[in-house]
Design a protein around this ligand. Structure first.
Ligand code: ZN
Length: 306
């Protein structure tokens, strides 16, 4: 190699690494600011879930509130490329075109993206976003958005029947079933584990390309195995999509914490070296594992379906 070019390349690589990680920790950005869920209560839980693993340092970018004028939006432009992964806790108005373009380019060029619960309700009209998340719900999604996605006979099944995208019954505890134990996100986890009170998202639909379902749960609403944890590729980027996490009490489950940590590390690095061990208090098929957090849960818990 050219004797001047090599040091230059090495310096560029070192700088890139310095930007995306602090010490040995991965830099992660949580996006929030609008959601039909209590984003201001759940973002601190997401931050804690990530930072308590020791693998991440988390920053937060909060969008302008709903109904803000264009001037407010023009001042909001997260520097996605400064982060090893972006976690969305956002379900709201369309982002300005420059922000959408920057995010698309970030993931396409190898950035990591994690979609949490209602983040998959966002942006029904944004084609590239729906390719990233694979499937989503509500917002007018229908057969034109793509198929419903289930697990049938242990395999991914696309159902192109007409009907709306997005449904859930009353909140309840449910058993999450791992469909692929060979993936870094699910490796070593119990095949079946009891998730705490949450919405079981059902009938999600979308382009569903370059997607794998890692874990699912049987919905009483559809009698189908509905995807809970999914991984996708988008350009050079990786995406982890969890449908879990309706409320703070839904997130305060060791199963949610562990899969969020592993999923975020996997999208950021393609591996889960740091969070590879299964915690001793991970839920079992019949035993919940509630994560304690000072001052939480703050959200009132509606009566759960038995
Ligand atoms: Zn919800």
């Amino acid at each position: 190699m050219h004797r001047l070019l090599f040091p230059l390349l090495a310096l560029t690589a070192a700088l890139t690494f310095a930007i995306e990680s602090t010490g040995s920790k991965l830099k992660v950005l949580i996006i929030d600011g609008q959601n039909n869920h209590k984003w201001d209560i759940t973002t601190p839980v997401l931050k804690h879930a990530l930072e308590s693993s020791g693998a991440f340092v988390v920053e937060i970018s909060t969008s302008p509130p709903k109904g803000s004028p264009a001037e407010a939006w023009s001042g909001w432009s997260p520097k996605f490329s400064d982060y090893a992964a972006v976690v969305s806790n956002y379900n709201g108005e369309p982002w300005p075109e420059p922000v959408r373009a920057a995010f698309d380019s970030y993931v396409k060029q190898g950035g990591g993206f994690v979609s949490v619960h209602a983040a998959n309700n966002s942006f029904p009209e944004w084609k590239e976003y729906n390719q990233m998340i694979g499937v989503g719900g509500w917002g007018g999604r229908n057969a034109d958005s793509g198929p419903w996605l289930y697990v049938k006979d242990g395999k991914l099944f696309r159902d192109t029947s007409p009907g709306n995208g997005g449904a859930h019954g009353p909140q309840h505890e449910f058993v999450v079933e791992v469909q692929n134990s060979d993936h870094p996100i699910t490796r070593g986890l119990p095949k079946r584990w009891l998730h705490t009170q949450d919405e079981l998202y059902s009938r999600l639909r979308g382009p569903a390309e370059n997607i794998e379902i890692l874990a699912s749960a049987k919905s009483d609403l559809t009698a189908e195995q509905e995807p809970n944890l999914m991984v996708l590729s988008y350009g050079k980027g990786r995406v982890f999509h969890t449908t879990l996490g309706h409320a703070d009490y839904s997130m305060l489950c060791r199963g949610f914490f562990e899969t969020l940590q592993r999923g975020t590390e996997w999208v950021a690095t393609g591996d889960t070296k740091v969070t590879g061990d299964v915690p001793a208090d991970f839920p079992t098929e019949s035993g919940l594992a509630i994560v304690p957090l000072d001052g939480y849960p703050k959200q009132p818990r509606p009566a759960a379906k038995k």
